[in-house]
Design a binder for this molecule. Structure first.
Ligand SMILES: Nc1nc2c(c(=O)[nH]1)N[C@H]1C(S)=C(S)[C@@H](COP(=O)(O)O)O[C@H]1N2
Ligand SMILES: [Mo]
Length: 177
């Protein structure tokens, strides 16, 4: 009668293999509640900052927020999110009075999941220098960003070309030129 334990073992192995299959994993992901409020934000903030961070959507929701009304493909859109400078401040970066001298050699590199990258000079992100708010947006017209855009996207108001509107933002790295 030792074929019964063998059958049980084979069944267990089959079940484990099925669970591990990518197709099954994505099926499970798709069957999650569509109203689930947990966008999978995992933003890393690093480089020349005092406190390198990993931020979730919940972390971002605690930071000061801003809205930017802008034209996207000729249509008015309201993007909402966290001013990029606020995210860097949380990581310990200083703006304002101390942003001069050698510190003006610093820049921010924004990286996307698809490898796309763009840089910003720190004064572009500092309210002491400019009234323009470069946004790390997580919502458009009140709805969470999703799909091609990713969960996080850079929005640069008043910039005629949208090449720095990085989609699918995954990391912010401060570097020295
Ligand atoms: N991650 C990522 N972001 C990106 C790009 C890209 O290729 N990858 N292209 C940029 C360019 S050149 C433009 S014009 C805009 C286009 O944004 P849209 O797809 O919303 O029109 O996204 C920018 N952000
Ligand atoms: Mo573009």
């Amino acid at each position: 009668m030792n074929h019964i334990p063998n059958t049980t073992a084979a069944l267990a192995a089959l079940v484990l293999a099925l669970i591990a299959m990518p197709g099954v994993a994505s099926f499970r992901a798709q069957t999650r509640q569509p109203t689930s409020p947990a966008p999978e934000v995992n933003l890393s903030v690093g480089g020349e900052v005092k406190r390198p961070l990993k931020l979730t959507a919940a972390d971002l929701s605690k930071l000061p927020r801003a809205k930017v009304r802008t034209s996207d493909h000729g249509t008015e859109a309201v993007f909402e999110g966290v001013p990029l400078g606020e995210v860097l401040k949380l990581a310990g970066l200083e703006f304002g009075e101390t942003l001069r001298g050698k510190r003006l050699e610093m820049y921010l590199l924004v990286e996307a999941a698809d490898g796309y990258k763009a840089v910003f000079a720190l004064p572009e992100l500092d309210p002491a220098f400019t009234d323009k708010v470069v946004l790390l947006a997580d919502r458009r017209d009140g709805k969470p960003l999703a799909g091609e855009e990713g969960h996080l996207r850079i929005v640069v108001p008043d910039e005629r070309r949208h090449a720095r509107w990085v989609r699918q933002v995954v990391s912010l790295i401060v570097r020295r030129a």
